[in-house]
Design a protein around this ligand. Structure first.
Ligand code: UD1
Ligand code: PEP
Length: 419
């Protein structure tokens, strides 16, 4: 299995280009199933999850071509299958995003249950509840969700909890339903807004994206469109933390500061100078050691769970004690025991990790358990003395485009060892 080796201690400084957002491009590709014309999607990140989604859509008969500069040309008109097999869904939970579009487009969908993963059980009951409310018949048999509806009908849906892909699935299904759908307690994440913007560019009538109430007036058809995916706020945040925890300076280009408010506030609290513009964010630590910060994860606009592990790595070498409370996923502290192998002083109590910063961490072989846990281990490797080897990095390739090249360009001594 491939691994990443980092020799700690090099200052991280310079400019980095931010890629398109994984969590926006995946629903946008799924939304392409609804288009009765060609889609041209730009700013697509080169990620394993994108390849998996293309494979999934390809199996349904969608035509996909990767063009210059990672543009994807997609034509869903020839699609004639409404089936998402376990073999693909198990490698990427976001495959569940085809459920809503398939029912809306074909009147029928058979999609494998995604199952749990390292960070939690991650049920999809809200996705199913939403489709039932829109009038679909839904059953779960032999690990597959079977959903059917001649035409979905608009409804008022109050979500029991805030779910990002749940909101997206219902929004996509409702876009082609008859009548108006209102989703209350909707997710407000920027990726939900990006999907709504893309659907509107296809001819949908969606308002309220970015608030907790979405109103979707169903339309008869959706056309193709040209759309550029929003920059990845989690990739951005990860590079900014790399700068902050190494006492360096990082200028993230093609980044959106207004999607990262909660993260930037915490970086400032850690002692970083922050400078933002319309399409850049600069973090400058001026050689200082970061101060430990307390964070509590929650749905947007609060602090994102997808940045929790990276801040745990920063707190591990910060001055003072920081408490990190994870409220979104029940098992998202898998990085803690690996950070401890590098010398971090962390105690987990229920939903919180109490992190007492140490002056130095030392290299060790560590193992990635999920996407952001992997990122936190790479970040820790940047400061640990010696050579840290991070194994099972296929997790990181799901969500970071060329991470070793980007960090290398910022001065990190980092290399990938092939399998
Ligand atoms: C592809 C994608 O966009 N992934 C993101 C998305 O995942 P995803 O959309 O899977 O996460 P959700 O927002 O749905 O999950 C939030 C919480 O709700 C629970 N839940 C969710 C749905 C449901 O039907 N029932 C239920 O109980 C989950 O187990 C979790 O505890 O949002 C998460 C929370 O910001 C991020 O960490 C992921 O990076
Ligand atoms: C948990 C994540 O992704 P996914 O929902 O695709 O597993 C993530 O991006 O950190």
């Amino acid at each position: 299995m491939a691994s990443i080796v980092i020799t700690g201690g090099a200052p991280i400084s310079g400019e980095v280009w931010i890629s398109g957002a994984k969590n926006a491009v995946l629903p946008i590709l799924a939304a392409g199933l609804l288009a009765d014309g060609p889609m041209d999607i730009g700013n697509v990140p080169h990620l394993h999850d994108v390849t998996t989604t293309m494979e999934l859509l390809g199996q349904m008969g969608v035509e996909l071509i990767v063009g210059d500069k990672m543009r994807i040309h997609m034509d869903a008109r020839p699609a004639d299958r409404h089936y998402a097999p376990y073999e693909l869904v198990k490698t990427m939970r976001a495959s569940i995003l085809v459920l809503g579009p398939l029912v809306a487009r074909f009147g029928e969908a058979v999609v494998s249950l995604p199952g749990g993963c390292a960070i939690g059980s991650r049920p999809v009951d809200q996705h199913i509840r939403g489709l039932l409310a829109l009038g679909a018949e839904v059953s779960v048999e032999n690990g597959y969700i079977h959903a059917k509806a001649k035409r979905l009908k608009g409804a008022r849906i109050v979500m029991d909890l805030v779910t990002v892909t749940g909101t997206e699935n219902i929004m996509m299904a409702a876009a082609l339903a008859s009548g108006t759908t209102v989703i209350e307690n909707a997710a407000q994440e920027p990726e939900v807004v990006d999907l709504a913007n893309c659907l509107n560019a296809m001819g949908a009538k969606i308002s309220g994206a970015g608030s907790n109430t979405l109103v979707i007036e169903g339309v008869e058809r959706l056309s193709g469109c040209t759309y550029d995916v929003l920059p990845d706020r989690i990739e951005t945040g990860t590079f900014l933390v790399a700068g902050a925890m190494t006492g360096g300076r990082v200028l993230a280009k093609r980044a959106r500061a207004n999607t990262l408010d909660a993260v930037l506030v915490k970086l400032e609290e850690a002692g970083a100078h922050i400078n933002t513009g319309e399409d850049f964010i600069e973090v400058d630590m001026q050689g200082r050691r970061p101060k430990a910060v307390n964070i509590t994860t929650a749905p947007y606009p609060a602090f994102p769970t997808d940045m929790q592990a990276q801040f745990a790595a920063m707190n591990a070498v910060a001055e003072g004690v920081g408490i990190i409370t994870e409220t979104v996923f029940e098992n998202r502290f898998m990085h803690v025991q690996e950070l401890q192998r590098l010398g971090a002083n962390i105690r987990v109590e229920g939903k919180s990790a109490i992190i007492r910063g140490v002056e130095r961490m030392t290299a060790a072989p560590v193992m990635a358990t999920d996407l952001r846990a992997s990122a936190s281990l790479v970040l820790a490797g940047l400061v640990a003395e010696g050579e840290t080897q991070v194994d099972r990095i296929y997790h990181i390739d799901r969500g970071y485009e060329c991470i070793e090249e980007k960090l290398g360009a910022l001065g990190a001594r980092i290399r990938r060892l092939p399998a």
